[in-house]
Design a protein around this ligand. Structure first.
Ligand SMILES: [Zn+2]
Length: 732
């Protein structure tokens, strides 16, 4: 049976690879001509590391031997032909004609060893494909029917009312082609029908070409006409109930059809309502990000190349502001102006009758990353006060007690995990990483000790909540869900140069907006590099680099470090972490997985965020391959939804955030800090619960477009959408 599973796993890996992955390669590393490097010395460093001899001018590095040329035969007129621009790393060889972005340069020299979910051990040569992605567009009649529903159907009246309450006028909704439909969603195990708003992503065939996408025959043949390439469908009473239709479609921009071809400036907002609010209030061309604050896919960047001014209006909260720097860099620092407002977002600004035009006129270029004005800090503090849970970070569903101490997963931090061999460090991290990833935290794994296949097998088991060995159906279902997670793997294994690892990390942050990077473990990564004291020095310098990376790129890095040899049956302490004190000094969080006399517990021994330390007694649950809390910590599931503001506000009134409990010697026996409302999510299978598609839209014959739309087939189809398997996509 096992070999069947493995064969099937391979098949799925391959299938996944050949469809969505390869096709999404085309523009996944598109780099804007406005993109600039923070510091040109990274080019210098990289070229020298690749043993390339170079000359330097004020504007360029010039490489003696172009690595892409055929042999120079040492002739001087063949040398120094490869120019790399200092501002952005764009390269051009005047001999062989090779040219491209800084990312493609490094990719060609092997600095992009990152593969998306479930692709751990696939053949690297197959990633180089640049074939366009084939998609089908939504039938025009269906697209129009959705709009008609919203404006003309009695049954949809409350959807229109809901939108009016957001302050949006019918003619604006029409301009943006917003529609209404009823869709089934899973609520726990039950399927419920929800009334939804539909937000179309529209594009001309020339736009699709720019995005590296090709249309199947059903698209309009008129190059100037817009087609609906994809729909975002979201329940009006529950933002977390959301999906993209059709499955595996292209990226796109909501509102793109409203932007005049002559415009040279554009407003980009985090959410759909915001884009419409800005347009309604100012008349400026306004579009929204496809995936809220979570990512800015490079595939849509080519559409934005023609704009000389971009106003970026992210939400005034921790998550929106966290993504700001990454997005500004991708769009280009020089042409991007950041809109700051007292309002929560642009839609809120419209509702509170603020002057949106003013806010946009006062937008400023991103200040230097290292300089913060008091005004920004003031906003940040206010945000923390108003919304302590948001500031805390993404909550763990699988180990709720961890939230009690660490208060959640936050960007920009370094966590060190240590513990004796075989006590389950990888199990724990695998479990936590899926947990956060399923809530939208884009994740990159570097597994240096365990092959990616084995790691992925573990993850799939954890996600399914049971062994997959004799259950092929469950395997297929779980693999399908897993493949939708924003999870990526480094292809490195065993001893690897730290700089190579950092190159790949940098690439993943650019291309996938990765927020969490796990490196398991430092000793394997650095094995055989240096001896004696030099070994410690190397480890310290690596930690230094990771610390700087976490801060500079605002990502969370989790490092597994083996302990020194310790006596059996005694707890490990901070000083047990291998190497010098550097690891624990540089870390924001230190976690120690202890196993004493067969009892496992997770100690939080350092916590820079608020100092709460403590210990969580755990036990291993063999079927699901997970560590579970020995004493269940009840948890309000809605807490883990970052967007669940209403609940948070309510909670702030009844439950102030706990005072720190600095007693880490006592085992906390799960004081419920949060009212029990809904079930405890022991395993990770809370990530399912989506299906259905718009394919169920029935034509009702004669009338070409006035179809009824609410009934959608109830069977659990394979049409699960990227990003819908985890809640929520962060948009409003
Ligand atoms: Zn060349």
């Amino acid at each position: 049976m096992i070999h069947r599973v493995i064969a099937s796993q391979r098949r799925v890996l391959r299938a996944f690879h050949s469809s969505s992955l390869r096709s999404s390669m085309a523009n996944k590393t598109f780099v804007s001509k406005y993109y600039e490097l923070d510091d040109h010395r990274v080019i210098d460093d990289f070229l020298r590391r690749k043993n390339l001899v170079l000359k330097e001018t004020p504007t360029h590095y010039i490489v003696r031997d172009c690595p892409f040329c055929h042999s120079t035969k040492g002739r001087s007129d063949n040398l120094f032909k490869l120019y790399v621009a200092k501002t952005n790393g764009v390269y051009l060889c005047h001999r062989c004609g090779s040219s491209g972005s800084w990312f493609s340069f490094r990719q060609k020299l092997g600095a992009s060893d990152v593969v998306p979910a479930a692709m751990g051990n696939a053949d690297p040569s197959r990633y180089q494909d640049d074939e366009p992605k084939l998609i089908s567009v939504l039938d025009n009649a269906k697209a129009i029917a959705l709009q008609r529903n919203l404006h003309e159907d009695e049954e949809c009246k409350h959807v229109l009312e809901y939108l009016s309450k957001r302050g949006l006028k019918p003619d604006v909704l029409k301009k943006y082609c917003v529609g209404a439909i009823q869709q089934p969603f899973y609520d726990g195990d039950n399927q419920v029908q929800k009334w939804c708003v539909t937000f179309p992503w529209m594009a001309r065939s020339s736009d699709l070409e720019l995005m590296g996408v090709e249309c199947q025959s059903n698209s309009s043949t008129d190059a100037n006409l817009f087609n609906v390439v994809r729909l975002k469908v979201r329940a009006i009473d529950d933002k977390s109930k959301q999906r993209l239709v059709p499955k595996g479609g292209s990226w796109g921009l909501f509102g793109w059809n409203t932007v005049p071809t002559s415009s040279t400036s554009i407003v980009i907002t985090e959410g759909e309502f915001d884009a419409m609010a800005v347009y309604q209030a100012t008349g400026l061309p306004s579009i929204s990000l496809p995936n809220g604050c979570r990512s800015l896919p490079p595939a849509v960047l080519p559409l934005l190349e023609r704009f000389t001014t971009i106003y970026l209006w992210m939400d005034n909260d921790v998550h929106g502001q966290d993504s700001l720097d990454k997005f500004v860099n991708k769009l280009g620092v020089k042409r991007t102006y950041v809109v700051r407002s007292q309002a929560k977002d642009a839609n809120d600004a419209l509702l509170s009758e603020m002057n949106l035009k003013n806010a946009i006129d006062n937008a400023e270029r991103k200040p230097h990353a290292q300089i913060a004005t008091f005004e920004q800090l003031r906003q940040d503090v206010l945000e923390e006060l108003m919304n302590p849970l948001r500031a805390s970070g993404v909550q763990s569903r699988t180990l709720p007690a961890l939230n009690t101490y660490m208060k959640g997963f936050r960007n920009g931090e370094v966590t060190v995990l240590t513990g004796p061999t075989g006590c389950g460090k990888t199990t724990l991290l695998s479990q936590l990483s899926i947990d956060w990833c399923a809530q939208g935290v884009s994740t990159l794994w570097g597994s240096f000790e365990i092959k990616n296949t084995r790691l992925v097998h573990k993850m799939l088991t954890q996600m399914a909540g049971q062994s997959l060995s004799c259950n092929l159906d469950l395997f297929e279902k779980t693999a399908d869900a897993f493949e939708q997670l924003p999870m990526y793997f480094l292809r490195f294994f065993g001893s690897t140069d730290v700089d190579e690892v950092i190159d790949a990390m940098e690439y993943a942050v650019y291309a996938y907006d990765v927020q969490h990077i796990l490196l398991d473990n430092i000793q394997f990564m650095m094995s055989g590099q240096g001896r004696g004291y030099d070994k410690f020095e190397r480890q310290d310098s690596a930690l230094d680099k990771f610390r700087k990376f976490a801060t500079a790129k605002n990502v969370h890095i989790t490092l597994v470090v083996h302990p020194r040899k310790e006596q059996d049956d005694t707890d490990l302490s901070l000083s047990s972490v291998f190497g010098t004190a550097k690891a624990t000094q540089e870390a924001d969080n230190v976690l120690i997985l202890q196993r004493v006399r067969g009892e496992v517990k997770l100690d939080v021994r350092k916590n820079r965020f608020d100092g709460t330390l403590g210990s969580i007694p755990l036990k291993f649950h063999a079927p699901s391959n997970c560590l579970v809390e020995r004493y269940a910590t009840p948890m309000n599931d809605s807490l883990s939804s970052i967007d669940a503001e209403v609940e948070m506000r309510q909670m702030q009134h009844s439950y102030p955030i706990e005072a720190p409990r600095p007693d880490y010697s006592t085992e906390i026996i799960s004081e419920p800090s949060i009212p029990l409302n809904g079930s405890v999510n022991g395993s990770l299978n809370g990530t399912t619960g989506v299906n259905g598609s718009l394919n169920g839209i029935e034509h009702d014959g004669l009338n070409g477009y006035h179809q009824k739309v609410h009934k959608v087939n109830g069977h659990h189809s394979d049409d699960e959408e990227p990003f819908s398997v985890f809640t929520p996509i962060i948009t409003k």
